[in-house]
Design a protein. Structure first.
Length: 555
């Protein structure tokens, strides 16, 4: 004789045993105890959350000989017959396979017949799969059922149930179980069933269950049959850790290991997306995270290191890959290419990828993938009187001196006390802007201040056009910083890098950092050519390999 499955053996027999659905239990128990029960209910929610079990408990208490405060006794003949599935008071119908008009007509005919108990309960599972004709045949009976009849409609997809049916029922929504409560339930089942299962295996089955009590107990049964030890799996968090480290080789190795263990590419991609969602929630709404405490803390830490923008981009890219996997001749190849793109995002030039990289560079948590050593400091070169740089130096001598950046105020606002300080505070003003505007204006050089107009130099006409389109936030920040209305004048520089070199040459003195840097090197190394002096745009462009900044000729 076959052994009864754990999810059937530990199916709830009373409302008090229904896990994670306190709102449903309270509504049904109070309705029965106060004799205010409805004649049609709609139970909706994910699979394995107790919809059919709650319907059976409701049928038991409606026909129980000795109900106690809305709970069935589970000992009378009626309760025992319903538990065995041999009661004439309860009729269960799978609407997925009995979805025709004739099936519903037969059900309606049975509703008019008498029965031994006080109520006759009809349980229709997966009611959203009824045909249009079957729904129409059911409507009138739902609106005016016989006094002794109660309908319980269950579905995992309530939005597919017609509005006319939903309006005739009391809708109760079931929820996925919290990870902590589900883990406690699994430990109780292990103890009660005298199973030998390790702590790691318990955590594994809780993760596999995903909030579904039935799926979790099914996974527990499989682990117990295999010896009670956790199976060596490729976890989604391992793949995401490799994405954070930009290790494309490790990603491919993990995908290969998962495929060797029998993973389906689509199912494995869905697992990764689910964990990315948990990472996103850990930053935005930690109370919604469906993970054990230990894994929830790990997800929050990974989000801090990866960045919210990178998490969102990964969800979007993998979501698009799920669509491609459905029709791809080799789904594994689609998954591998997608993950390599995410791991090596220095080759991606889409807006989301650029913003994600700017976020990581500003936070300082991850250095560029193509950086093989420390970023060299710009060093000053002495130009001969006849060189082009000398001309630039002479022109720059009439420009206002650019002072070092002012520190950011603790509240996020920048305050200046003098006219020239507005030029020096420009980097701090830029840091207060939103991500898109900040990334755009970080590539702009400050020329000087002309009255109440801050003159900026853009690398190209296209860059100037974009800056002017998004200037409102910049004007607001500058006005707040200066305490008076400030406007901006964006010009296109003739040669990228000339303005920074000219400003540095006009000072004719190295900063303390540059002096220290030069003292650690031989004199031959101090004779640096003009090519070693980087502009702001050059320095930013190096952080995004594969991208090009094109200078358009002046019109």
């Amino acid at each position: 004789m076959a052994t009864q499955s754990l999810y059937r053996r530990y199916r709830p027999r009373r409302f008090a045993e229904l896990k994670g659905q306190e709102h449903v239990v309270r509504a049904l128990r109070n309705a029965v105890a106060n004799d205010r029960g409805g004649q049609a209910y709609l139970f909706s929610g994910p699979r394995g959350t107790g919809k059919t079990s709650a319907a059976r408990i409701l049928a038991k208490v409606l026909n129980c000989a000795n109900p106690d405060k809305g709970e069935p006794c589970s000992e009378c003949d009626s309760c025992l017959a319903i538990e065995r599935g041999a009661s004439f008071d309860v009729l269960e119908l799978d609407a997925a396979s009995n979805n025709g008009v004739d099936n519903i007509r037969e059900l309606i005919e049975r509703a008019a017949m008498g029965n031994p108990g006080r109520h006759r309960v009809f349980i229709l599972d997966e009611v959203h799969m009824l045909s249009a004709g079957a729904e129409a045949a059911l409507l009138k009976t739902l609106e005016e059922p016989p006094p002794h009849v109660v309908f319980v409609l269950a579905t995992t997809d309530p939005q597919k149930v017609s509005d006319t049916i939903r309006s005739r029922t009391q809708h109760l929504q079931f929820r996925l179980l919290p990870a902590k409560e589900l883990e406690e339930h699994v430990r109780w089942v292990v103890q009660d069933a005298k199973l030998e299962v390790s702590a790691d295996a318990i955590r594994q089955v809780v993760e596999q269950g995903g909030g579904s009590a039935r799926d979790t107990l099914s996974a527990l049964e499989l682990v117990a049959a295999g010896g009670g030890e956790a199976e060596v799996l490729v976890h989604p968090e391992d793949v995401i850790e490799s994405l954070i480290n930009h290790d494309a080789a490790a990603v491919l190795t993990q995908v290969g290991a998962a495929m060797q263990r029998g993973y389906d590419p689509r199912a494995f991609t869905e697992q990764i997306v689910r964990f990315l969602r948990e990472m996103f929630l850990s930053s935005m709404a930690p109370q919604l995270v469906q993970l054990a405490d230990e894994h929830a803390h790990a997800a929050a830490d990974m989000t801090a290191r990866y960045g919210v923008a990178s998490v969102v981009r990964a969800i979007e890219v993998l979501g698009e890959a799920l669509v491609d996997i459905r029709r791809a001749p080799d789904p594994r190849l689609v998954l591998e290419v997608t993950l390599v793109r995410l791991a090596s995002n220095v080759i991606a030039n889409d807006t989301a990828s650029l913003l994600a990289r700017v976020e990581r560079l500003e936070s300082g948590s991850v250095r560029p993938r193509d950086a093989t050593g420390p970023i060299p400091r710009p060093r000053l070169a002495t130009a001969s009187p006849s060189s082009p740089q000398a001309g630039a130096t002479a022109r720059a001598s009439t420009q206002p001196t650019i002072r070092p950046s002012a520190p950011v105020a603790p509240t996020g606002a920048v305050a200046v006390s003098a006219t020239d300080d507005l030029v020096g505070a420009w980097p701090s003003v830029v840091r207060t802007l939103k991500a898109t505007v900040r990334a755009l204006y970080s590539a702009v050089d400050v020329v000087g201040l002309e009255g109440d107009t801050l003159v900026l130099s853009a690398p190209s006409d296209m860059h100037k056009k974009k800056c002017l389109e998004l200037k409102d936030q910049v004007l607001t920040a500058l006005t707040t910083a200066a305490g008076r209305p400030i406007s901006i004048d964006v010009r296109v520089q003739a040669s990228r890098g000339a303005a920074p070199r000219a400003a540095a040459a006009s000072k004719n003195v190295a900063s303390p950092e540059e002096a220290n840097y030069g003292s650690d090197h031989d004199s031959d190394e101090n004779d640096v050519s003009d090519e070693s002096v980087e502009s702001v745009v050059d320095h930013i462009a190096k952080q995004f390999p594969g991208a090009r900044v094109v200078d358009s000729p002046k019109k």
